[in-house]
Design a protein around this ligand. Structure first.
Ligand code: ZN
Length: 134
């Protein structure tokens, strides 16, 4: 894993306070940095660069249900977190090819409305050139 990322996550975790903007969670692998969340969804970045999510369909369920994110979830969490919280995380996203068009489903925003992740581009705001439709 990238050495800078481990140091960066450690630094962010050190800045966390119970009432501050930076929050942490305890995962099986140790303390992790909280990333984006919404109703029924939390996400976190570990020191090893793994993304974990806690998704509960039952909004009143208080028991965390953390698991490693799959590839699509990882992309969406990183893209949204990079846009809203930590621009530094953009380097962990796929690099946009120069001829990659904006996603036509979200007009390049990566979200539908203000918060719903665009499922077509996984919040990137662009699609690979091969996916361009005539
Ligand atoms: Zn999109």
């Amino acid at each position: 894993m990238l050495d800078w990322l481990r140091a960066w996550v450690d630094y962010q975790i050190a800045l966390a306070t119970p009432t501050g903007q930076i929050n942490t969670v305890e995962l099986p692998s140790g303390r992790a940095l909280s990333l984006i969340g919404s109703l029924g969804l939390s996400s976190a970045l570990t020191r090893d660069g793994e993304i974990w999510i806690d998704r509960n369909e039952d909004l009143f369920e208080a028991t965390p249900n953390w698991r490693p994110a799959n590839q699509d979830e990882r992309c969406a969490v990183l893209a949204c977190s990079q846009r809203r919280l930590y621009p530094e995380l953009g380097v962990l996203l796929p690099q946009r090819p120069i001829d990659a068009p904006d996603c036509r489903h979200c007009a390049g925003r990566g979200t539908i409305g203000d918060i719903a992740v665009c499922e077509h581009c996984l919040a990137l705001g662009w699609v690979s050139p091969e996916e361009r439709k005539p």
